[in-house]
Design a protein around this ligand. Structure first.
Ligand code: HAM
Length: 412
């Protein structure tokens, strides 16, 4: 019989990986909670129309990457490829504009894009998504960027780089796109076929190209950053001042193109040199018009999403090293009661404790303790012994209290 495997571009999360993910979830809750962001969830699927209108008809996501299906009543539904459009829908649906602004939310969960799978690119992946709706203050932009930097640092992503730009208003952008298109047409022969094919629909995508000829042409292309309105330029300057003040380094990069259509003004992306082609750990920006486009009141807003699998790829494997693990070994037949009592006390103190439950010999139990990476083994027999699994040293404790004290002291 042919065995069934997980679908292409998906993966199972086995316990060790699951623990690393939970750790990031806890860090997210802590970092974002301290800044006043509240947890929030939306459905895994939505009306297809939401993403078509929200993310944009001309984007790769909507044109090629959506998992779309019909329900039994013939409605077109889509597995969510991102969170922002759905959060805006919910903001409108629940009248959140009546709450004190900005409304600050975060969510974590699976997202779906039908892309060609490769390292760091999956068809089902996990995002931490953060949104602040209802303020156009530059301090919101700066704070969001700093929160993503803090999250990445705490997650152990290591060295990161930040690219920052502003896309201005749709009017500025459409004038600029016209200017860029005219410029690219003048150099059409030097461009890649792919870029030429997209010249009409989206010349901005030329900035994504790896093609040497295209890159050379783009070096002298007009820059959107030089075409911003005075208000938008001032907004960006204020965001930059706040980032400079916080000591966060970034590169101002007019070629930063995001794969979603809703952005206005600030856009940013964090990358890791530890990853290959899929190096974006997270990114986002302002979307001051999206809530209105989805039927709500004018609501300036801003947010980002980070790819959890990519962060875990970038994070050093040793970040999850558990050095406070204890194994409780049972060296006589009726030791389980004492063993469980010790295990529960140590767990209450924050140790990660497992007790023998498979009837192994003492040698087998010590081997098992090694296997789970225990730092200490507490051996309950005629007395209680505490074994340091690194050095192999073993000490007899006078009683349970002393055994606990020995583990605690070694753990300190
Ligand atoms: P995005 O740049 O499309 O933005 O995705 C954010 C992050 O999700 C990426 O930087 C990457 O780490 C991860 N990611 C995206 N696609 C995949 C994939 N196929 N496999 C693995 N990881 C992936 C957004 O989704 C916007 N909604 C962000 C935002 C929030 N903008 C404003 N608010």
């Amino acid at each position: 019989m042919v065995t069934i495997k997980a679908p292409r571009g998906t993966f199972d999360v086995l316990p060790q990986a699951a623990r690393r993910r939970l750790r990031l979830l806890r860090i997210a809750d802590e970092v974002l909670g301290r800044a006043g962001y509240e947890p929030f969830e939306t459905p895994i699927f939505e009306d297809t129309e939401l993403f078509a209108r929200g993310v944009g008809e001309s984007t790769d996501i909507v044109q090629k990457e959506m998992f779309t299906f019909e329900d039994k009543a013939g409605r077109s539904l889509t597995l969510r490829p991102e969170a922002t459009a759905a959060i805006c829908r919910a903001y409108v649906e629940h009248g959140m504009h009546k709450l004190p602004q900005p409304v600050k939310l975060w969510t974590w969960g699976p997202f779906f894009r039908h892309e060609a799978p490769q390292a760091g690119r999956f068809r089902q992946f996990t995002q931490l998504d953060v949104e602040a709706l209802g303020s156009d203050e530059p301090s919101v932009d700066a704070e969001l960027i700093l929160l993503l930097a803090e999250f990445l640092e705490r997650a152990g992503a290591g060295e990161i780089s930040l690219r920052l730009s502003s896309l201005g208003t749709p009017e500025t952008r459409s004038l600029y796109i016209e200017e860029l298109r005219t410029y690219l047409r003048e150099h059409e022969a030097e461009l890649s076929e792919d870029v030429r094919a997209r010249l009409e629909q989206n010349p901005l995508r030329a900035f994504d190209a790896d093609h040497p000829g295209t890159k050379a042409v783009l070096k002298s292309a007009p820059r959107l950053l030089d075409r911003l309105s005075p208000e938008d330029a001032e907004h960006l300057a204020e965001v930059r001042e706040l980032l400079d003040d916080a000591g966060l380094a970034y590169e101002l990069d007019s070629s930063l193109v995001r794969g979603l259509d809703y952005y206005t003004r600030t856009v940013f992306e964090f990358e890791s040199p530890r990853l290959g082609a899929q190096s974006a750990l997270g990114g986002g920006g302002r979307y001051d018009l999206l809530v209105e486009e989805l039927g709500g009141p004018r609501t300036p807003a801003n947010g980002w999403a980070a790819g959890i699998e990519r962060i875990l790829l970038a994070a050093a494997e040793d970040e999850a090293a558990e050095d406070s693990r204890v194994y409780v070994a049972l060296a006589k037949p009726d030791a389980a009661r004492e063993g469980l009592r010790l295990a529960r006390r140590l767990r209450a103190e924050g140790f990660r404790v497992e007790m023998e439950q498979a009837g192994r010999s003492l040698r087998g139990q010590l081997r098992q303790a090694d296997r789970i990476g225990a730092r200490w083994t507490v051996i309950v027999g005629d007395g209680i012994d505490v074994k340091d699994m690194d050095s192999g040293a073993q000490r007899r404790a006078a009683d349970a209290e002393e055994a606990l004290a020995l583990v605690r002291a070694a753990g300190a």
